[in-house]
Design a protein around this ligand. Sequence first.
Ligand code: ADP
Ligand code: MG
Length: 264
Amino acid sequence: MSNSIFDAKNVNFAYLGKYSALRNVDINIERGQKISVIGANGSGKSTLLHMLDGLIFPDEGTVKAFGRELAEDAFNDEDFSKDFRKKVGLVFQNPDIQLFCPTVREDIFFGPLQLGMEKKEIKKRFEELITILGLGNLLERAPHQLSIGEKRKVAIASTLIIEPEVLILDEPTAGLDPLTTRHIIDLLVQENASGRTIITSTHDLHIVEEISDIVYVFSQEKKIVKAGHPGVILQDAALLHVNNLTHIHAHSHNGKIHIHPHSH
Ligand SMILES: Nc1ncnc2c1ncn2[C@@H]1O[C@H](COP(=O)(O)OP(=O)(O)O)[C@@H](O)[C@H]1O
Ligand SMILES: [Mg+2]
């Protein structure tokens, strides 16, 4: 069996045929890898992740998943579509897109019931996830009554419960407090250790090392300008700086405010 999960070749994509969002993108992802995608706002990260999830298709070039080209006709094939949706799970950057049931509990149960997973299995996984993510006291609430961080945790639970072979996460720790971020990273690392492929976009350089075997850096031109091991990418101060990824810290010293970049 081939180990290739995704193989994108020379992909170009523009929204409505005019707002360019991916340019000449090549990316190859193998089973069990941890991949991260970093870059400034608007550099194409979400677009790439949506394409890997089969929500949009290239204008030029090809994306293959598990050896088959991802195109509209592949998703018209019900067997392929169902199998793909079971294998690949996406946590959207905006949790409001993902949550639509009257209660948090129903939202988390929705996907696995839809996919025909066994009730007993769902229940077991549900208990684990709500404990890890601390969602126990939110289960009867309406998702729209939650804070953004709480919504994000529910969205993560509703994807992880399906136990997809490939987890795609679009800025999963944005807006989360440090302890919750820690729990989520631990969870992702654990999912990867059990064989799942994880693909994460983020701005949070603190988490990059743990969630990446390979980091792809997108530029404002919607191109991948660099790919490499996290140790190498995170040392490249000039690359991070031109791509808006350096934190600028301000602190007060002898009554004056000093501003300087913060390196990792
Ligand atoms: N629905 C859309 N319609 C038109 N342009 C869009 C849409 N979504 C994103 N874009 C544009 O595509 C480019 C890439 O966006 P996106 O993939 O969301 O970037 P990122 O996730 O890196 O912030 C940006 O220039 C953005 O303005
Ligand atoms: Mg995005």
